[in-house]
Design a binder for this molecule. Structure first.
Ligand SMILES: [Zn+2]
Length: 677
């Protein structure tokens, strides 16, 4: 399940679970839950603690979580709902047909741990033997292609997606890959030595569990680490990966062969896509590809075999016996994230079915749980917020009329998706059968790859969804210029059907404005209204934008998230701009709504105060030290605490709402505040 499917989305959060509507008395106006607050805290000193302290005390971390927040709580509730749906299908699988049968059967296979334990490593034995039996470089090449089609991404990865220079067309694209740790820094920075050492021990342990002697495992581990470290040195860092220009290198396959002669790109693209001749592609991180091809060409046969063997074992581990699944968790769960226990089997299996048959499960989910009325209300809210964003853009003092007109055209062109797709995916060619869990995972991976390759030569389908409806998240896609709000996020605490406007604008309103803002963040602004990488800014306006954005970079760079560890203002800039715009735009939209339908104080809080408290509640969470460190390195989103205490001090209305002045720790001097959208 390690195969990457790369789509250049900008999601609202790193979470990927889903939620259910809470039971509520619809007749009562829903407002802030006062139990979430910690009124003993001084909000002028630590607003996050004041707004979320009650919630955090009531929801301590359990072993299976490295972080548990308001999102995860919804995810928990939702998983129960998906469980009952999926278990119902699983119990009647003999009579079922079509997708109902696929879902039920896959769940039963995933849950059958007795069979998995009895099978041991048998499900990967044939592939292991194939790798161990390799005798020449031709076989190495064939294996690389096979793995890229179905089991993983040794050395590098490919995907098919919109061409950033011609967004209506699909393009074959390369991407850096090839390492078992999720960032180059783990291999290269001495500060991560403990995790790197634990990884080495883990690789050796897994080799031994898969039939190697200790001596063989030690030798193979050394070979794997050598190759992975060489690749890590070549990988672009995460800040560079956010720069669309640096990562887009379109050329013909011929040109790539000339630029990087150590690898046969022509034979590769032909083997990957036999039905459609790939003539042009983006080489992605071109310098990585150059170095990678040398590593590939210069590695000796035994080292390559060890490396492929590790890729296979690592990709399959969580689909095999309990022994291998637990060993895999010991490293990726315990060491990397600080979790102390695995999620119960049913949760893992519900997630797997949900991940592999997302829209099939999603279709049933929305039929049962998503009220049609919500779609209409949210669509209307999106239009209100879009209007407000346009008004604010027109009124700002730092852009020329010329650039504003193009910005407005882009804003008008944003496609909005709410709830669930009009057209569902067809899973009928995906075969689910009771051979082994791993065999099903592999067939699914192949199914996804073939589906992606089938897009070559066809125009980009703007109706496709990049998240399933049962996902608690939202996204902006720059190449299609679309925003998407799946059904599962259109529920409390984001959206209360009977909620007061202040808390809904502080919740789903901010999410909507956040996604709209992504079209105009440091990365999104580089794409035009048609989704092409095409500079529509005049020079002075671009400079003004960058100066304003720099205030956020500087501010977040100064935040110490853990003793000795600073936040990364450049890595999180796009998200911080989106949170900043999200708050300012939605707050302005609330003021308009209040003019039409005034709201007074509730529980002693003004509408403005309820707006900011509602926003903060979305980020209530407890988190382990390991997870703080991991996410600070990997995640383009700031940590929950800093999406509140780091972001709010840039919003003028926040200070006014709570009477925070220059004598208070939450205060930020006006000249240091970022005013962008
Ligand atoms: Zn975002």
């Amino acid at each position: 399940m390690k195969k990457l499917f790369l789509v250049p989305l900008i999601a609202f959060a790193v979470w990927g679970t889903a939620c259910k509507p809470k039971q509520q008395v619809e007749t009562n106006l829903k407002t802030l839950d006062l139990a979430n607050l910690d009124t003993t805290a001084d909000l002028k000193q630590n607003f996050y603690q004041y707004a979320c302290g009650g919630w955090m005390a009531a929801h301590p971390l359990t072993g299976e979580y490295s972080r548990y927040g308001a999102f995860d709580k919804l995810g928990e509730d939702n998983q129960e709902q998906l469980k009952s749906l999926i278990e119902g299908l699983a119990a009647n699988v003999k009579k079922a047909k079509g997708e109902a049968r696929q879902i039920g059967l896959l769940f039963n296979i995933a849950m059958d741990s007795a069979k998995r334990n009895q099978q041991g490593i048998t499900p990967i034995e044939e592939e292991l033997n194939e790798i161990r039996g390799i005798e020449n470089r031709g076989q190495v090449f064939d294996l690389l292609v096979k793995m890229h089609l179905e089991t993983g991404n040794p050395f590098f990865a490919f995907y098919v997606a919109s061409d950033p220079d011609n967004s209506k067309a699909n393009l074959f694209q390369l991407y850096q890959a090839g390492t078992g740790l999720p960032d180059r820094d783990y291999y290269l920075e001495s500060g991560h030595k403990a995790i790197f050492d634990a990884y080495k021990a883990h690789v050796q342990r897994m080799f031994q569990l898969c039939g190697n002697t200790e001596e063989e495992a030690i030798a193979k581990t050394r070979q794997v680490i050598d190759i992975e470290t060489a690749l890590a040195k070549l990988q672009y860092d995460r800040v560079s990966l956010r720069d669309p220009h640096k990562n887009y290198n379109r050329m013909t396959v011929e040109e790539l062969c000339q630029a990087i002669p150590e690898f046969d790109w022509k034979a590769y693209t032909k083997a990957i896509s036999p039905d459609f001749e790939v003539k042009e592609l983006s080489a992605g991180q071109i310098d990585f590809m150059k170095g990678m091809a040398k590593v590939y060409a210069n590695a000796d046969l035994d080292a390559l075999k060890a490396y492929f063997e590790w890729n296979l074992i690592n990709g399959a581990a969580s689909c095999l016996s309990d022994e291998l699944t637990e060993a895999n968790f010991d490293f990726y769960g315990k060491v990397m994230s600080g979790q102390t226990e695995m999620k119960p089997r049913w949760k893992r299996c519900v997630s797997a079915v949900n991940g592999m048959l997302g829209e099939a499960v999603g279709k049933m989910y929305v039929e049962k749980y998503f009220p049609a009325s919500a779609k209409e209300r949210i669509s209307k809210l999106v239009e209100n917020i879009r209007l407000t964003m346009g008004e604010r853009m027109a009124a700002n003092t730092w852009m020329s009329d010329e650039t504003k007109a193009k910005g407005q055209a882009k804003l008008d062109a944003i496609l909005v998706k709410v709830g669930y797709p009009d057209k569902w995916r067809d899973y009928s060619s995906l075969e689910i059968k009771d051979d082994s869990y791993w065999a099903n995972v592999k067939r699914h991976s192949r199914f996804e790859t073939e589906d992606m390759l089938s897009k070559l030569g066809k125009p980009v389908d703007r109706d496709e969804w990049q998240m399933s409806p049962q996902t608690v998240n939202a996204y902006y896609n720059p190449t299609t210029n679309e925003i998407c709000f799946p059904a599962a996020i259109l529920q409390p605490p984001f959206f209360y059907p009977n909620g007061d406007d202040a808390i809904n604008y502080g919740g789903i309103g901010v999410v909507i404005a956040h996604e709209l803002t992504h079209g105009f963040d440091d990365k999104g602004r580089l794409y035009d209204k048609d989704g092409n990488l095409n500079d529509w800014w005049n020079e002075q306006d671009a400079k003004n934008f960058e100066a304003r954005a720099q205030l956020l970079v500087d501010h977040f760079d100064r935040i110490e998230v853990f003793p000795g560890l600073m936040a990364n203002g450049s890595l999180t800039l796009g998200e911080n701009i989106a949170d900043n715009g999200g708050l300012n735009i939605s707050f302005a939209a609330l003021q308009k709504a209040l003019q039409e339908k005034p709201e007074g104080n509730i529980d002693g809080f003004t509408p403005a105060q309820r707006f900011f408290l509602s926003y903060a509640t979305l980020w209530a969470s407890n988190i382990r030290d390991e997870e703080i460190q991991r996410l600070t390195m990997l995640d383009v989103h700031s940590l929950g605490k800093w999406r509140v205490n780091g972001t709010l001090p840039h919003v003028d209305a926040f200070f006014e709402a709570f009477g925070i002045t220059e004598n208070d720790p939450m205060w930020l001097a006006p000249e240091k505040r970022a005013h962008i959208w």
